[in-house]
Write a protein that binds this ligand. Structure first.
Ligand code: SF4
Ligand code: SF4
Length: 225
């Protein structure tokens, strides 16, 4: 076990060893801008029946309400190709592997003994927003997180640490790179895209969980169709 602090390079090295496709690091905070945006979106009913989004907003807007004394959020990406059918399980077991590697080098105290600290689509966490703050991509016109190299077919997970990660490079936000492309807007069967504000009620995936057309046509995913 090392007496030195965890560096960003350590997190990157061990995350590659664990099998993650990319990671970023952010300091937990209250995401005021996103909280204002979401409160407005929810009060206009644009979330349809996703009532769970109206609950636990204190935790969603500030992960320290979910994991007390959190000092670092490691945001991890795993491409669909590596995550298989049960992506919650694959992402979580990969994050547990990362945790194990970190604990082995830096000690058990880096994670909370009492609280859950590994998440993937399973808790009130602003996953896409946090990924953007960690410099992992931009939100495309299809409203997905797009990683410049991995595309949008990635799952997002988080490992929350009780210690800071030192030598974390200044995060350069990834600028929006859709340009003049409108492939996802043109292909969307629900005409859910290209509107000033995202309306979940028009999205077929939201209704049936069976549409990923706006990801399949995206050049960042290699334009599968
Ligand atoms: S998932 Fe389907 S319906 Fe929803 S925005 Fe994408 S293309 Fe449109
Ligand atoms: S299909 Fe084109 S417009 Fe839509 S998200 Fe991809 S790059 Fe952006």
């Amino acid at each position: 076990m090392s007496a030195r602090g965890i560096t960003f390079a350590d997190v990157r090295r061990l995350s590659q060893q664990a099998g993650l496709d990319d990671i970023g690091v952010v300091a937990p905070q209250y995401w005021a801008e996103q909280a204002d945006f979401m409160d407005g979106w929810l009060s206009n009913g644009l979330h349809g029946n996703m009532d769970y989004l109206t609950r636990n907003r204190d935790k969603r807007y500030d992960i320290r309400q979910l994991v007390p004394n959190a000092q670092t959020v490691i945001v991890a990406l795993l491409s669909y190709a590596h995550s298989g059918h049960d992506y919650h399980r694959t992402m979580k077991s990969t994050l547990y592997r990362l945790q194990e590697l970190l604990v082995k080098e830096f000690g058990q105290n880096i994670v909370s003994a009492e609280n859950q600290h590994i998440f993937c689509d399973s808790a009130p966490v602003l996953e896409r927003y946090t990924a953007i703050q960690a410099g992992l991509g931009f939100i495309g016109k299809n409203h997905q997180l797009i990683h410049p190299a991995l595309g949008s077919m990635v799952h997002i997970g988080e490992l929350v640490l009780q210690v800071p990660v030192i030598d974390t490079p200044e995060v350069e936000p990834v600028e929006k790179r859709c340009g003049n492309c409108t492939k996802c807007i043109d292909a969307c069967p629900g005409k859910a895209l290209g509107l000033p504000v995202w309306d979940a009620r028009k999205c077929v995936a939201y209704i049936t969980h069976k549409c990923i057309i706006c990801q399949q046509v995206c050049p960042y995913n290699g334009s599968i169709i």
